[in-house]
Design a protein around this ligand. Structure first.
Ligand code: MRU
Length: 351
């Protein structure tokens, strides 16, 4: 059965075919929905972060292929456009590729374009399978990750990694939620995550809904918080993990990993196997998305720098494997994070 998702819903005819997205750019102020009835709308929504976060981008990408097929569009061209909408989170192109392969296979290996209904059915079934697998991966990561959470833990997290980015409870947030439910979490520290405030806007929204005791902090306060001994564990997600174990995640993650090492606090990354990209050999080869200066020079639509100020705005940074204490995947814990230890995942399912 397709899991009930917070971030995305498929709409069949007569109201569809369409993909309905919870507009994450408007949270927490308002819970509004955006209905994408064509591929340009979906590509724009992905680019604007209406739907976001690595695992959910995989789900959205696959449903996007299903949408193109159901509309009778040029599915190959649509798949290329969706996969290019954001470059860093590897799950996006991975989800698109899986749905595209299912669509192609619906032609029975003839190499011809499949009939519209059969092609759409196959692509959508694959998208639903990706969502189901993501929900299962999330539950498994929560269990594995819980092993690393001490009683009375004070956990620091960055960006947003919960049900908004997953068909389940998320990645790092799934572990946090499991720790809370197991009575092991004393406090969740939430980095606000400038410039787009995924921590303050989205993680605080999810933590409040789950009843988790939490405090939001300015990103620059994480150093003094760690120095004061107020953090037992740092948990983040990942957008792409290279074959050498380097982790691309929301900008600010690398700084946290350096701080955690300095203060002798475990720094743990939680991500499904679909985020590991063996085709990217090392951290330097990861394409980092650069976003408009206006995101840094403005806050909630208001200018916070003089007009025309130039800004440096990488959406992600790369943390080398030696700073990562452990990687939690649905297959289990990887510790230490080395190319050899990662390679065991290469044989994992659905790649
Ligand atoms: O730019 P975003 O908001 O899509 O970035 C999301 C993150 O960096 C998350 O930490 C990441 O996708 C890992 S888990 C969902």
């Amino acid at each position: 059965m397709t899991p009930q998702m917070t971030a995305l819903r498929w709409l069949d005819p007569p109201d569809g075919p369409a993909i309905v997205l919870l507009d994450q750019t408007r949270l927490p102020v308002e819970e509004s929905y955006l209905t994408c009835t064509d591929i340009p709308q979906l590509v724009d929504a992905i680019g604007r972060l209406v739907v976001r976060g690595a695992p959910m981008l995989g789900v959205a990408g696959a449903f996007g292929v299903g949408l193109a097929a159901a509309r009778g569009d040029d599915v190959e061209a649509a798949a290329t456009a969706i996969a290019a909408a954001r470059p860093t989170a590897v799950n996006l192109s991975w989800g698109v590729r899986r749905a595209l392969a299912a669509w192609r296979a619906a032609a029975g290996g003839t190499g011809l374009v499949p009939a519209r209904n059969e092609g759409a059915k196959a692509a959508l079934a694959e998208a639903r399978a990706i969502a189901e697998q993501d929900a299962a991966a999330s539950a498994a990561m929560a269990l594995h990750g819980l092993e690393l959470v001490p009683p009375g833990a004070r956990i620091l997290t960055h960006c947003n990694t919960g049900g908004l980015v997953s068909a389940g409870a998320g990645t790092a947030f799934a572990v946090i939620l499991a720790a809370y439910q197991a009575g092991r979490l004393e406090r969740l520290w939430v980095d606000e995550t400038r410039p787009l405030l995924q921590g303050a806007r989205l993680t605080a929204w999810e933590a409040r809904r789950a009843g988790i005791p939490h405090s939001v902090l300015a990103d620059g306060a994480a150093g003094s918080l760690l120095a004061a001994g107020e953090v037992d564990l740092v948990l983040t997600g990942a957008d792409r993990i290279a074959a050498d174990g380097s982790v691309a995640n929301k900008v600010g993650t690398y700084g946290l990993a350096v701080l955690a090492r300095h203060h002798n606090v475990p720094f743990v990354v939680v991500a499904p196997v679909s985020t590991v990209d063996f085709a990217t050999p090392d951290g330097r080869s990861i394409t980092v998305e650069y976003r408009p200066a206006s995101e840094v020079a403005n806050l909630a639509g208001h200018p916070v720098a003089p007009a025309g100020t130039e800004a440096y705005n990488p959406a992600f940074d790369v943390t080398p494997a030696e700073l990562i204490t452990a990687l939690v995947t649905e297959e289990g814990l990887i510790h230490p994070v080395t190319p050899g230890n990662l390679r065991v995942l290469d044989a994992a399912t659905c790649r």
